[in-house]
Write a new protein. Sequence first.
Length: 495
Amino acid sequence: MTSRYLLGFDVGSSSVKASLVNADTGKCVATAFYPEKEAPIMAVKAGWAEQDPQMWWDNAKLSLKKIMAEAGVKGENIKAIGISYQMHGLVCIDKNQKVLRPSIIWCDSRAVPYGEKAFKDLGSDLCLGHLLNSPGNFTAAKLAWVKENEPALYNNIYKVMLPGDYIAMRLSGTVNTTVSGLSEGMFWDFKNNKVADFLMDYYGFDQSLISDIVPTFSVQSEVSAEAAAELGLKAGTPITYRGGDQPNNALSLNVLEPGEIAATAGTSGVVYGVLGDVNYDPKSRVNTFAHVNHSAEQTRLGVLLCINGTGILNAWVHRNITPDISYADMNDLAATVPIGSEGVTIVPFGNGAERVLENREIGCSVNGLNFNKHNKAHLVRAAQEGIVFSFCYGMEIMQQMGMDIKKIHAGKVNMFLSPLFRDTLAGVSGATIELYDTDGSVGAAKGAGIGAGIYKDNKEAFATLDKLQVIEPDAAHRAEYQAAYAAWKETLNKK
């Protein structure tokens, strides 16, 4: 019997990754990403960030070609395709599906004034009550910038889409989107369960700019004959799943139910939790979007906390304080110091303004340093503790929104490779941490399996998910962790 395979793409701003998953064993058989060096981001002016969508397509083709050759898999053996993508980007196409301008991607800040003005003019009650967020710097505000600054181009726009919608269009020739995608762009009204007419009217957007809406898990479209010839796939192969990178990361870790948390801690850190009721943070310190399994009948919202200064702080400490030892040795060094770093606290917000601090930019600071008592081991530990404490500070906002946090799922990568980091997070939060071997492209492939009906539900899809480690909270040292966190918060509150 010929094996069945699922294909997942993860379209990031640094690379496009593709993975093939054996649908019957649930195991990834091949994975690759392009470019092997970080993809370029165009910054014509300070604060701008653009990428050519064609580059995503070219890198997707290269990644796919490599994994099909490596696994010896033919196009007809691939039974469904899933797509994960960088969130909040804007892609504009004309009636011939031609891209009209480079994509304004997630980290571009030019649209901030447009979102802030809408929030002020429309009022916080309307925006938060319906969008669950401020219009902020999301896709709708980026489109408002195009409308005002590039009116001739704007008048030629047939549809606006997110990066994942663009890849699906290139695969199929069909233009559509999802509720989850519309919500991350600030185009979705949660109170009325439809496109946000009031924001569309405010910005003067025609409703026709919004693509047809398809369910996140469904046969959304099929690979066209043209794309099949270009990629070596079979025409008619269904595209059955699409999700933004953070909701998809949560899916990859089988985080779908209220109270479950997915966390990442690379250069920046994200805590993404699932909420079962429509709610929002009145200060917009965290963002709320439709999760991949949200529907009108079942509320499943993803609450996203982003901390800019996480792994980048740890890397800075390694580069400037412990350059002659490995990260593993640095973790061992930090473990020689007691919980709380004997009074040294580091506030880790040195990578720009932090939404969790209401967009304040307070920088990174080292506090409580005693030249006669402390050494580099204290600084290394205080840095990791400061990162954990920033996570917990944001998680308290989630708890205020009604989220009961008992379990944190994460990949065993980046900061989660540090035992000290893991133990401190479990110790302060009181949550059990489960570490898994997975990634976004594998999650997208399994999402495709759910959407195609190959798996009956997420439990079957993720039955083979490799759980690598479980970290339980250390009850014996709970008071010490809590005292250290309280001291950190006291320092933060003085900033």
